[in-house]
Design a protein around this ligand. Structure first.
Ligand code: NI
Length: 184
């Protein structure tokens, strides 16, 4: 696996939310297929806190790091963290088949569900979260994906509560998740 070029990494890190603090305009209706084959719609998440992250299974660096850190943060929450649903939405449904995602998710906390959509469904959910992604060709005919790399913390009403940035201090990540759990 090739590492992301520095410029691509900087692009990822700078892909900030226009309305990060207010939460207005982030989130919206979506319906996608889980790595276990079920359907999950945004309405199903009402009444519980949840987090969402965009990525792809072939990601060499950012996604596995984020998923491992999230796995650690969920563990650090203890029993009260059982309430949190975590969603990993693939921006590469072409390669991330349900079977591949099911195998990939084995490495992470079982509260994290991978979600896959059609090309159109993927575009819809990304637009709802003001996330960006694009295919970047690699030598030899393969490709990687650039994508927004923040974790969206969503409250029980489906509004943006906070965000966790890539490689944010681990204790801060846990603290933000605790505040999310304690909210409304
Ligand atoms: Ni990634």
């Amino acid at each position: 696996m090739r590492r992301l070029p520095l410029l691509a990494l900087l692009w990822l890190l700078s892909a900030a939310l226009p309305a990060a603090a207010s939460g207005f305009g982030v989130g919206g209706p979506f319906a996608l297929t889980t790595h276990e084959g079920g359907r999950l719609a945004s309405e199903d998440l009402r009444g519980r806190p949840w987090v969402l992250f965009f990525g792809f299974a072939h990601c060499p660096d950012v996604c596995p790091t984020t998923l491992f850190e999230l796995t650690g943060a969920l563990a650090a929450l203890g029993p009260e963290g059982e309430e949190v649903t975590a969603l990993f939405v693939t921006v590469d449904p072409e390669r991330d088949t349900q079977e591949l995602l099911a195998a990939y998710m084995d490495a992470f906390d079982n509260r994290i569900t991978a979600l896959r959509g059609t090309t159109q469904e993927t575009a819809t959910v990304a637009r709802a979260f003001r996330a960006t992604y694009r295919k970047v060709p690699l030598e030899g005919g393969s490709y990687t994906m650039d994508h927004t790399a923040i974790i969206y913390l969503m409250d029980r009403d489906g509004n943006l509560f906070d965000r966790i940035d890539y490689l944010e201090d681990f204790d801060t990540q846990v603290e933000k998740l605790r505040r999310l759990l304690a909210s409304g």
